[in-house]
Design a protein around this ligand. Structure first.
Ligand SMILES: Nc1ncnc2c1ncn2[C@@H]1O[C@H](COP(=O)(O)OP(=O)(O)OP(=O)(O)O)[C@@H](O)[C@H]1O
Ligand SMILES: [Mg+2]
Length: 222
């Protein structure tokens, strides 16, 4: 099982003119199951674009993407969404939490649209909060947490569906080194559990914790 991109191109702003931005240019990348991979590169190099394609949030314009043996080009939107919801957990820099709701509710949310009974959902969410070391914050409003705590809530939320793949875009970008270290430790622990992890990062401490580092340059992996 692996994620395999072959000769992928992604263009933005195609409007019938030649005025478009080529964000990915002939990108080929294979991510093996169980890997922990860092993607580095300057601002605008195409890191987030690549992560969104890997995570089935966006599609390629050219080239192919094979997700655990499935040709992503052949999936309809519903199939891609189902794959995304069951196989992938996202951790984004701005946390994406509902500030007025409790920590526990935020973590429950991805499971609320399925058939799992609410009691069971709360149990799973509480377990994931324990796993990232903030079980005691379950009843607090997300708004009152620190940045490091919010990022751990976001990781717990990414885990509730039991994903095989964790994709993180600058998960330590807004954090001080102490909190960044905690996030790194959690990611390494998840990696030891067998999850495949891809982290976009500017942070050398994060990259050094990964088994492989690739550096993007101007839409390419040189
Ligand atoms: N939705 C979009 N519409 C138009 N252009 C876009 C879009 N998303 C990305 N781009 C362009 O594609 C290029 C790559 O963007 P991307 O966000 O992938 O870079 P990045 O490496 O993640 O940068 P950063 O480190 O600043 O987050 C940039 O030139 C950007 O302006
Ligand atoms: Mg980015």
């Amino acid at each position: 099982m692996s994620l395999k991109l072959l000769h992928v191109y992604k263009r933005f702003g195609i409007d019938g003119t030649s005025n478009f931005q080529e964000a990915l240019k002939d990108v080929s990348l294979e991510i093996e199951k169980g890997e922990m991979l860092a993607i580095k590169g300057r601002s605008g190099a195409g890191k987030s674009t690549l992560l969104h394609i890997i995570g089935l949030l966006d599609t390629v314009d050219e080239g192919s993407y094979d997700f655990d043996g499935m040709a992503v080009e052949g999936l309809d939107n519903g199939e891609a969404a189902r794959l995304r919801n069951t196989k992938i957990g996202f951790v984004l820099q701005d946390f994406g939490l509902i500030e007025d709701d409790t920590v526990l509710y935020n973590v429950c949310l991805p499971l609320m649209f399925g058939s799992t009974p609410y009691k069971k959902i709360k149990q799973i969410a509480a377990d994931k909060l324990d796993q990232v070391g903030i079980g005691s914050l379950a009843g607090k409003k997300a708004a009152v947490l620190s940045g490091g705590e919010k990022q751990r809530v976001a990781i717990a939320r990414a885990l509730v569906n039991g994903p095989d793949y964790i994709l993180a875009d600058e998960p330590t970008g807004a954090l001080d080194t102490d909190n960044a270290d905690k996030i790194i430790n959690i990611m390494q622990e998840l990696h030891r559990e067998g999850k495949t992890i891809v982290i976009v990062t500017h942070d050398d401490a994060v990259a050094n914790a990964c088994g492989r580092v690739i550096c993007m340059e101007d839409g390419r992996i040189p």
